[in-house]
Design a protein around this ligand. Structure first.
Ligand code: MF3
Ligand code: CO
Length: 266
């Protein structure tokens, strides 16, 4: 029988500290968004991101994590996640997923979003919107009284009702002093025999929920750099992620941005 790590429950004071980390990350991601125009490279965005993190007495959580070489993950078009920043310039019509984590006073915030570069196709825009809304559908159920797979089901149903697929090979996670804590959070209902557990959601849990949504099939391939994850069929993919805290009487979106189309407190 596998012995599972006890679900980490944070105190109100600890959640306050995670809110600070989340607010800083949200403001940096908003600033990066304004710079996402044709002609800029993901390497430039990464340098700017790193400087903003360090200027605010925080640390780039991803840099050095299992050897990851940058502050942001920058995933263009058919790259699902973990794209390493490069000097190639973004073009009008690209979609760019930026995923970023920072550590402030020992507490981590983790968030991602997909941004249209210049003018993108209606199909690409719809993929972005469905992915963001699927995250919101999940977040709305991230409350005491619900179970983890209620979130998974809401995300999967919304995505599949719109004709897209959710990635199976990568999932969301608990977050706190560590980037990846229990529980793992699938964006789909896993088979009964899977490693995932349908735990009860309780006050004090802090979670990073992150649907990755493909235009075609959910299958992925990993590139030779051993980081970049692409869609197997080379169709587009989008990714949205928020870190949240489940409290007694509300759920707080720790990485809420002003442009989010959902309230910060649910
Ligand atoms: N948001 C991703 C995650 O939670 C990013 C991790 S990238 C890594 O897993 F470089 F840090 F591995
Ligand atoms: Co994450």
């Amino acid at each position: 029988m596998t012995k599972w790590a006890k679900m980490d429950i944070k105190t109100e004071l600890e959640i306050k500290k995670m809110e600070k980390a989340g607010e800083l990350l949200a403001s940096i991601l908003s600033e990066l968004c304004t710079l996402c125009v044709p002609g800029i490279s993901t390497k430039q965005l990464d340098e700017i991101a790193e400087n903003l993190v360090l200027d605010n007495n925080a640390l780039p959580t991803f840099k050095g994590y299992h050897g990851y070489p940058a502050t942001i993950c920058s995933s263009v078009n058919d790259v699902i996640i973990h794209g390493i920043p490069t000097s190639a310039k973004l073009k009008s019509g690209d979609i760019l997923s930026i995923d970023m984590g920072l550590t402030l006073e020992g507490w981590i915030a983790d968030s991602a979003l997909t941004i249209p570069i210049g003018k993108v196709s209606a199909e690409a825009m719809k993929l972005i919107e469905v992915t963001q809304t699927s995250l919101y559908r999940g977040l709305e159920l991230a409350k005491p009284g619900f179970r983890l797979f209620d979130i998974s089901r809401a995300i999967q149903n919304y995505v599949e009702d719109n004709g897209y697929s959710v990635v199976r090979d990568f999932v969301g996670h608990g977050v706190g002093r560590n980037l990846h804590e229990d529980p793992s959070i699938p964006n789909f209902i896993p088979p009964l025999t899977s490693i995932y557990r349908n735990i009860k959601l309780k006050p004090g849990m802090t979670l990073a929920i992150e649907p990755m949504v493909n235009q075609g099939t959910h299958d992925v391939k990993i590139m030779k750099d051993r980081w970049t994850v692409r869609t197997r069929d080379n169709k587009l993919s989008a990714h949205f992620e928020h870190s949240i805290a489940i409290c007694k009487d509300k759920t707080v979106i720790l990485t809420h941005r002003k442009d989010d189309k959902i309230n910060r407190e649910l």
